[in-house]
Design a protein around this ligand. Structure first.
Ligand code: LMR
Length: 357
């Protein structure tokens, strides 16, 4: 009996196999669409990088360079996807998105980071940096290291500091040459208590406004002026809605390039090293290109005569500096004293005024 059942089973299996092989060419294959996302599935790691400025800015170009270097160095195993112009997140949302892991890298301005970690305010102290050498020393020295350390328990890792440039004052009410010229005006600011204190000392009011709304707020007169770098003023065409620009170099706009810590800790060791290498190379390049972009665009703005450009005399700059020194007493109690001390030392080391005239 057992033998008989075995033979029947054998015949059934044989028949099924023969039918499926014999007729397989007649069964139409399913029309699966080609999906390049499936290529090497499980191998490619995607880093989403969100930022608020345009692609033709120091940060935009640095991000592109980083993406290219990551691709080259990892042989395509890691892909950096760029989301410029606040298309994914604006300056208000980007830090939260990073902490949640919705994106893996952002490069917010120091002011935006200071909303999360208040010690970062130290970078916005007016006239903290007399020149680019001082900025570089802050990035690469103790100040930069302390600030990165303070990010870690917020699930963020500091990968690099990127430069934009010194900030200039703009207005559509009149030239800003003396502290008294600010009185009664309203300025757009980044969310920063230091910057709010800076304008309060000058007798001006402030409005914290998202970067992608600055043009409109200047155009509609919600604010009379603002402070930004040449490259941002140029790339976002703020010169169309501001009549005067003072080359004050009173503050520095730079960025902390921040990675989601959980993501970073989970990257395989070899890829981590290559991504960091790409970041280091991109940063050296970016910090040089930032200087060139700001210089070139200043020349273009000068030649265009679209905005009146004023420079401060020795006396005027001295006046700004001593007035704005008052910011220290406003913020000293809310910033790590070691950082305040380091900034004061840096100010002392590089203190420089324009030549007396
Ligand atoms: C601004 O909001 O003015 C800047 O921080 C934008 C940027 O990221 O350069």
């Amino acid at each position: 009996m057992r033998q008989f059942l075995g033979i029947v089973l054998f015949i059934i299996v044989g028949l099924i196999t023969a039918i499926s092989i014999g007729f397989s060419s007649l069964i139409p294959s399913l029309p699966y669409p080609y999906d390049d996302e499936q290529d090497g599935l499980g191998e490619e790691i995607v880093i989403r990088f969100s930022f608020v400025v345009a692609e033709n800015t120091p940060k935009g170009l640095a991000a592109q360079r980083f993406a290219q270097l990551v691709k080259e160095k990892t042989g395509g195993r890691v892909k950096v996807e760029l989301f410029p112009n606040s298309i994914l997140y604006n300056d208000h949302d980007e830090v939260k998105a990073l902490k949640n892991g919705d994106v893996q890298i952002i490069a917010p301005s120091f002011s935006v980071i200071s909303e999360e970690v208040s010690d970062w305010m130290v970078m916005d102290i007016p006239f903290a940096f007399a020149n680019l050498e001082a900025v570089e020393e802050a990035f690469n020295g103790e100040i930069g290291a302390i600030l990165f350390k303070k990010l870690e328990d917020k699930n963020m890792v500091g990968m690099a500091y990127w430069s934009n440039g010194f900030k200039q004052m703009t207005s559509n009410k009149g030239p800003l040459l003396r502290p008294a010229d600010f009185k009664g005006l309203r300025f757009r600011i980044l969310p920063s208590r230091v910057i709010a204190a800076q304008f309060a000392i000058l007798g001006a009011q402030t409005e914290s406004i998202l970067f992608n709304q600055v043009y409109r707020s200047m155009e509609s007169g919600i604010v009379d002026g603002g402070e930004n770098t040449i490259s941002n003023i140029y790339s976002k065409k703020f010169y169309q809605v501001q009549k005067y620009m003072t080359l004050s170099n009173h503050g520095y706009l730079g960025y902390g390039v921040l990675m989601n810590k959980t993501f970073w800790d989970g990257l395989p060791y070899d890829l981590k090293a290559l991504v960091q290498e790409a970041m280091d190379e991109a940063s050296v390049w970016a910090n040089q290109i930032a200087i060139e972009i700001n210089q070139k665009q200043l020349e273009e703005l000068r030649a265009s005569h679209l905005i009146q450009i004023d420079e401060l005399t020795f006396e005027q700059k001295k006046d700004w500096m001593s007035t704005l020194n008052g910011v220290f007493s406003e913020i000293e109690s809310i910033i790590d004293p070691d950082l305040i001390q380091s900034i004061k030392e840096l100010q002392h080391k590089y203190a420089s005024l324009p030549p007396e005239n």
